[in-house]
Design a protein around this ligand. Structure first.
Ligand code: PEP
Length: 243
């Protein structure tokens, strides 16, 4: 069971250090892995605080190259250098706002793994896809096209995040989550990747986390808004149990 916290473009050094200090006082259930994804400028300071705890840290994106003339970008090896073990790749906000394609995402996944990072690959359909009955096709195409041929499945997790559920307060129903996770599980099994964890993300909150995490097909949650609040993330973590 993974509890992943995507802070997006939020927090200051002070508020972030307060939050991780708070999280570090909570003993997570054995078999539950907490991972935080702070914005780039906070990574080094937070690494100092979480080193020696059970909390792992990751970046929210990385470039396809490890270094070079790419103003404003951050490489996977830089993330590794400041203590990251993970990186989120293909979040819908990157796909939509930065026009990231599956090909670009596959190149980023390869770069991240070659720098020694584990990858949390996000996939999910839009409301429009869903209304058109295209959710399965879109998600399966994202999976097939965003994973490089030489993927290391031991350093991979998939986050199913329906775009219409992100930041809206409207989480997918258990039936919707289960149906899509089973399809993703089928894809992974057919690709010799059946042990890859599949997380759900999209408006996970203290009042729906227990039911979502109790589902057999759910290996964790990717939490955005609720992960910024110490009480909420504590309440979500308290309700977790290894799957
Ligand atoms: C996310 O952006 O990954 C996310 C799941 O956000 P929220 O929990 O706020 O819907």
């Amino acid at each position: 069971m993974i509890i992943a916290c995507n802070w997006k473009m939020n927090m200051t050094t002070e508020t972030a250090l307060d939050l991780v200090a708070d999280m570090a006082t909570q003993v997570a259930v054995t078999g539950v892995q907490r991972i935080i994804f702070p914005p780039f400028p906070l990574l080094a300071a937070i690494h100092m605080r979480v080193a020696g705890t059970d909390i792992l840290m990751g970046g929210q994106d990385c470039h396809t190259e490890q270094k070079g003339a790419f103003t404003g970008d951050v490489s996977a090896s830089m993330l590794s250098d400041v203590g990251c073990k993970w990186v989120i790749i293909g979040h819908s906000e990157r796909r939509q706002l930065h026009h990231e394609t599956n090909d670009l995402i596959a190149a980023k996944v390869a770069a991240a793994q070659s720098a020694g990072l584990s990858v949390m690959l996000c996939v999910g359909e839009t409301e429009q896809d869903r209304r058109a009955g295209a959710s399965d096709a879109v998600v399966l195409d994202m999976l097939a096209s965003s994973l490089p041929a030489d993927i290391d499945p031991t350093r991979l997790a998939i986050a199913y995040e329906p775009v219409w559920a992100i930041g809206t307060g409207q989480n997918a129903s258990e039936a919707e989550i289960s149906a899509m996770h089973n399809r993703i599980g089928g894809f992974l099994a057919a690709s010799n990747m059946k042990h890859v964890p599949v997380l759900y993300g999209g408006s996970v909150k203290p009042d729906n986390a227990a039911a979502i995490m109790a589902m057999a097909s759910v290996d964790g949650v990717l939490v955005g808004g609720a992960s910024l609040d110490a009480h909420s993330i504590k309440a979500i973590t308290d309700q977790s149990a290894p799957n």
